[in-house]
Design a protein around this ligand. Structure first.
Ligand code: SF4
Length: 434
């Protein structure tokens, strides 16, 4: 699927625009949410908080840059890590990683913001965040059941840049650019690509016209690529057009920018977003090590702008597939005013076997959360069914069977409880039937 040194495309709008951590580590330096200023962080004028870790990384790898540069999301875009040479100056690459980068061509190039690169462990190829952004040779091994478009998005696309899979809502793909390219991306076939797969302005116009002409669409999810990689004018244009369509009741934005480039959440951006309520946002978190003081500030700004925040997390082997890591993540999200929304079974994109867990792992993790911690902290575990089946929720089975007119229920801690239920019977899984 991917084989020349990957070179990411330039951001669409301009040249200057879009803890050393142990494996599965949950470092004690995770920021207490919202309290973004402490002895290890410093606020630079009115712009953005900068952690001690960020300052050290800046001094070491960008000695000519200033803290003002660092807190400028356009500077972050134009200084992304995009080449083998840049990456090798920052981390000690394994032979596997180096070979994978050399072989890569096409979409999903290497692209890492300096900020996010500061979270990558220098020495450990198995560190969670490093695994999600540095290619390995496993990406070139296509396993049974995998495909480049496993969700069948292309076949549910009435016009380029728009997916209409569910009756009352659409997915509007406004860019194929992301400031960071995740190695497990469901849209690996298109993100970071140039040429025919890139999203063109004409495509967006046609997609907006489709929405205008389709009264059944009441909900528009703006995604990509990353919509917050667009410059403010472009983003506001799209939001403005959607706000004029009477049947569109609300808009959602799906983004990883607040996580990989938190300084993108500028006061100007939040002023724009506030103009287009009701607006919801799904943020893409992977691991508790992402919950830095910078991310706390970004989430705080978005929440203060009245935007309900939810998180979407892809479950990945060796990244976040243990209860301790997941618990730290969901608790940290709540402290940052983000509701853990979906936990996704990793989609079977080509070359993803090294990331995918058995589906039973997700169910087991939800069992470990439900009842054992705050209900708000428990995401819905879903499998996005191949070929357009949509998100199918899976949860542990708490129904033990029936005893006459009593439904037997299992509690989170293994107890069995009787509930009077003489009406239509709940379907009981075969292995639980009594
Ligand atoms: S930010 Fe989202 S769209 Fe972009 S590479 Fe990561 S998963 Fe894919």
């Amino acid at each position: 699927m991917k084989t020349a040194l990957p070179v990411a495309e330039e951001p669409p709008q301009a040249v200057v625009r879009h803890r050393p951590l142990a494996k599965k580590s949950v470092t004690p330096s995770i920021a207490p949410a919202i309290k973004v200023e402490n002895s290890r962080t410093r606020r630079i004028g009115p712009r953005f908080v900068v952690s001690e870790r960020s300052r050290e990384f800046l001094r070491r790898h960008y000695p000519d840059a200033t803290l003002e540069n660092w807190t400028d999301w356009r500077w972050q875009n134009s200084n992304r890590v995009r080449t083998l040479a840049m990456l090798e100056q920052m981390i000690v690459l394994s032979d596997d990683e180096r070979e994978a980068i050399k072989r890569h061509t096409g979409a999903l190039p290497v692209g890492i913001t300096p900020y996010y690169a500061s979270l990558v462990d220098r020495d450990d190829p198995n560190q969670a965040i490093r695994r999600t952004v540095v290619p390995v040779l496993g990406e070139y091994v296509t396993s049974r059941g995998e495909g480049d478009d496993p969700l069948g998005e292309d076949t549910h696309s009435p016009v380029p840049g728009l997916v209409h899979r569910y009756p009352d809502r659409v997915l509007l793909l406004v860019t194929n650019f992301c400031s960071v390219y995740c190695r497990y991306c469901t849209r690996a076939r298109m993100v970071g690509s140039a040429g025919e797969r890139s999203v063109k302005k004409g495509d967006i116009e046609r997609a907006l016209e489709y929405i205008e002409a389709t009264p059944v669409v009441r909900d528009v999810l703006i995604s990509g690529g990353d919509p917050l990689s667009l410059d403010n004018d472009r983003l506001e244009y799209i939001l403005g057009r959607l706000s004029k369509i009477r049947h569109v009741e609300f808009v959602r934005i799906g983004s990883k920018q607040p996580v990989v480039q938190p300084m993108r959440v500028t006061p100007e951006l939040t002023r724009i977003l506030k103009r287009y309520h009701p607006l919801w946002m799904s943020l893409h978190f992977t691991h508790p090590d992402e919950l830095t003081p910078e991310v706390a500030e970004a989430c705080s700004r978005l929440a203060d702008a009245g935007i309900p925040l939810g998180s979407q997390t892809v479950l990945m082997k060796g990244v976040n597939d243990d209860l301790d890591t997941l618990k730290h993540l969901v608790h940290g999200l709540l402290r940052n005013r983000v509701k853990p929304y979906y936990l996704y079974q990793c989609d079977p994109i080509s070359g993803s076997a090294h990331f995918r867990t058995p589906v039973s792992k997700g169910v087991e993790l939800i069992r470990g959360l439900r009842g054992h911690t705050t209900g708000y902290a428990v995401p819905t575990f879903v499998v996005d069914a191949p070929n357009g089946g949509g998100k199918i929720p899976l949860s542990p089975d708490y129904v033990a069977g029936y005893d006459g007119d009593y439904l037997l229920l299992r509690s989170y801690d293994g107890g069995t409880y009787r509930y009077p239920d003489s009406g239509e019977r709940v379907r009981v899984a075969t292995e639980n039937a009594s």
